[in-house]
Write a protein that binds this ligand. Structure first.
Ligand code: PLP
Length: 397
């Protein structure tokens, strides 16, 4: 009955865990959740007020599909001042979250027989959007000794004439790894040798880098790749505005107008009210952002120390984003109360059912021997949750 296309999309592997965690919570169980994919901070008050003002001023109607000109100008200014990248209004589109930008971009780019390279581990929606486009993906494995970032050499080995595009996601979800200038420069050399390859640069966690280094985009080291690069960004993570659903893309006018055509016939413009809130966020200093980042940085260290002290767990220390991807392979195949732990999903389920701690199994990101913990949760929950994880793992024999 259902179309072939929809049957190519798999349900989110995180659903089982998050649904169970919700159910347990509604039954009154004291669930600690490390599953969140969004900041736990409230949206800054001034941004909320900008949305309220938009409503009161009657800014409640359709806008141009690609967004209000003032917001596109603010994005253009942001890209120039913060990233050193110049884009004019016809090279920018505002969408319902970065997710829609990625969807529009991949549907604009990929034909059925073409392949896109997705770094492993990956953000859960990349492969599914490629499936939806009816195209193919090939996973490029990261270097275990370099926070699972892929190297220029692996990239070169993975590219053939069927490859049309590459995704770069720095800082990465789920590892938090950040590509350095040098690494990007080496990657750019390979991309120069393969002019058919487009680059989708997902910069959504750009503002959440804890090493003191500035964010570097592939275009900062290789401006010559500009025509075939699509920059993806948004306000969800950086301004704690996930529910506003504002993302944006910057690219050459041909690709932007193709993306606009898709958006014309799917959602039209992103919420008008949210666009005005985003305009405020991008045009004013927002103090809360630095506070949020400092808080994340503090929690990162608490979580990293806690997890590192548990025998058998190997967390990857993230340089950005708010996730800790943690190797649990030493527990797979072992017993917890007479049941064998067969997979990362099994590990996460048993941890949730018995110790009320929710994590996302690595399988969701294409790597079964891991779990992802989000530190977008309170320090108190981090400490308590880690204590419970320690008790859980001590029972695995
Ligand atoms: C790597 C990555 N890209 C894009 C998105 C989409 O963000 P949004 O659609 O909320 O802007 C997310 C959200 O989890 C993400 O983790």
């Amino acid at each position: 009955m259902l179309s072939k296309r929809v049957n190519m999309i798999h349900p989110s592997p995180t659903l089982k865990i998050t649904a169970l965690a919700k159910k347990m919570r509604s039954e009154g169980k004291p669930v600690i959740s490390f599953a969140a994919g969004e900041p736990d901070f409230d949206t800054p008050q001034k941004i909320k007020e900008a949305a309220i003002n938009a409503l009161n001023e009657g800014k409640t109607k359709y806008t141009a599909t690609s967004g209000i000109p003032e917001l596109k100008e603010a994005i253009s200014r942001k890209l120039e001042q913060e990233n050193g990248l110049k884009y004019s209004n016809n090279e920018i589109i505002v969408s319902n979250g970065a997710k829609q930008c990625i969807f529009n971009a991949l549907l604009s780019l990929l034909n059925e027989h073409e392949t896109i390279l997705i770094p492993l581990p990956y953000w859960v929606s990349y492969p599914e959007i490629v499936n939806f486009a009816g195209a193919k993906y090939r996973l490029i494995g990261g270097d275990k000794n370099n926070k699972y970032k892929f190297s220029a050499r692996t990239l070169r080995d993975s590219i053939d004439s069927s490859v049309k595009a590459l995704i770069i996601n720095s800082p990465s979800n789920p590892t938090g790894a950040v590509y350095s200038r040098e690494e990007l420069a080496e990657i750019a050399v390979v991309l120069r040798d393969n002019p058919q390859v487009w680059i989708l640069s997902d910069d959504i966690y750009e503002k959440l880098i804890y090493t003191g280094e500035r964010f570097t985009s592939i275009l900062n080291v290789a401006p010559d790749l500009r025509y075939r690069t699509i920059i993806i960004n948004g306000l969800s993570k950086s301004f704690s505005m996930t529910g506003f659903r504002i993302g944006y893309a910057a690219a050459n006018p041909d690709i932007i107008s193709a993306m606009e055509r898709i958006q014309d016939h799917t959602t039209s413009n992103a919420s008008t009210i949210s666009q005005y809130a985003a305009l405020y966020a991008l045009s004013h200093p927002v103090d809360e952002i630095d506070k949020m980042k400092n808080e994340f940085s503090k929690r990162l260290n608490i979580m990293f120390e806690g997890l590192s002290s548990i025998n058998g767990l190997i967390p990857i220390k993230p340089d950005g984003a708010f996730y800790m991807f943690t190797d649990i392979s030493s527990f797979i195949g072992k017993k917890f109360r007479d049941n064998i732990i067969k997979s990362s999903e099994d590990f996460s389920l048993k941890l949730l059912e018995n110790y009320y701690v929710a994590t996302i199994p690595g399988l969701a990101f294409g790597t079964d021997n891991f779990m992802r913990l989000s530190f977008a949760t309170s320090e108190k929950d981090i400490r308590e949750g880690i204590e419970k994880i320690a008790r859980f793992t001590s029972e695995i024999k």
